[in-house]
Write a protein of this length. Structure first.
Length: 311
């Protein structure tokens, strides 16, 4: 908001639109709560928005999730426009319509599918993103490459993504990531099948993130979870050791964690509350080769074994 809100508001006013008073909240995953959501909804009501109006979400993934869920709930649904200002939000969270808040029991446990009317990703805004946050966001970029773009993983291994003089390259990488996610979401909006593959690295990654009280970045946790499930898959014979090694090499090249020292039992406590759990089993996404992944249903004992193998 301090960097771009005035510019966005001026743009909307210049287009002949009315702009309600700005709604802001404290930054950080720790504020992605029901209490924050309630304050946003109260603010929308105070502005007397109608179903002809729209919410503009300007910021990173937390902002997009909060504003998107508020738009989905207010008046049973008004339009939302996503204006992501972080790499993570541009390549992942702003696209696909997933909105949610966290509970003490786990991440994104309360939410709705609510598709944005428009997504505007201006890569120039990344110039003001702190280096550590940009690096963290690369975890989701690497995940998409492993999922569906082997040539992108090769490029990222050879030349890790950075902010230095990378305007055109960033635009290209964002576009390729959005294309991957768009195609998956278009085929399976409600995550009944194909869309589950977008959770590659997330089952373990979300557990690491929750166990850290969200002090570790989402992209870093996904990167660690990705490497752990890749190592476990190689140990199980589901992918080759070379595939797991190439994934780990790319993650390490971006300065991201390739694993976690948390005990398997600690991680399993959080996995047991994960929204992807189905009864006594969990659907886990495993790499078969770079560019091809599968969803496998495993029971909690097998998942515990996979976590141990990954560690």
């Amino acid at each position: 908001a301090p960097l771009y809100a005035e510019r966005v508001e001026a743009s909307l006013l210049a287009a002949g639109l009315e702009v309600a008073p700005r709604v802001t909240f404290a930054a950080g995953e720790e504020h992605k709560t029901l209490a924050t959501l309630g304050s946003i909804l109260d603010a929308l009501a105070a502005c007397e928005l109608t179903r002809d109006d729209a919410v503009v979400a300007l910021g990173g993934g937390v902002t997009g999730d909060m504003a998107g869920l508020a738009a989905a709930l207010y008046l049973r649904g008004i339009r939302v426009i996503q204006v992501p200002a972080s790499l993570l939000a541009m390549v992942d969270s702003s696209v696909g319509g997933k909105t949610a808040v966290d509970l003490p029991a786990g991440k994104n446990l309360v939410g709705a599918f609510w598709q944005p009317s428009l997504v505007v990703a201006d890569v120039a805004t990344l110039s003001t993103v702190p280096a550590d946050l940009f690096r963290d966001s690369c975890g989701e970029v690497i995940k998409h490459a492993v999922l569906a773009d082997a040539s992108l993983l090769d490029e990222l291994c050879e030349r890790p993504l950075s902010l230095e003089g990378a305007g055109e390259r960033l635009a290209d990488v964002v576009a390729r990531n959005v294309t991957i996610k768009r195609d998956v979401v278009s085929a399976d909006e409600r995550e009944r099948g194909l869309r589950q593959t977008l959770n590659l690295g997330h089952t373990i990654g979300h557990a690491i993130e929750a166990a850290s009280d969200f002090s570790l970045g989402h992209g870093s946790c996904v990167a660690a979870g990705l490497c752990m499930i890749a190592r476990a898959s190689a140990a199980r014979g589901w992918c080759s050791p070379e595939t797991a090694a190439s994934i780990e090499r790319c993650v390490a090249a971006h300065g991201l964690p390739t694993g976690s020292d948390l005990p398997a039992e600690t991680l399993m406590d959080y996995v047991a509350h994960d929204k992807k759990r189905h009864g006594d089993g969990v659907n886990v996404v495993v790499p078969i080769e770079v560019g091809r992944c599968e969803v496998r249903r495993v029971d909690l004992d097998e998942l515990r074994n996979l976590v141990e193998l990954g560690r």
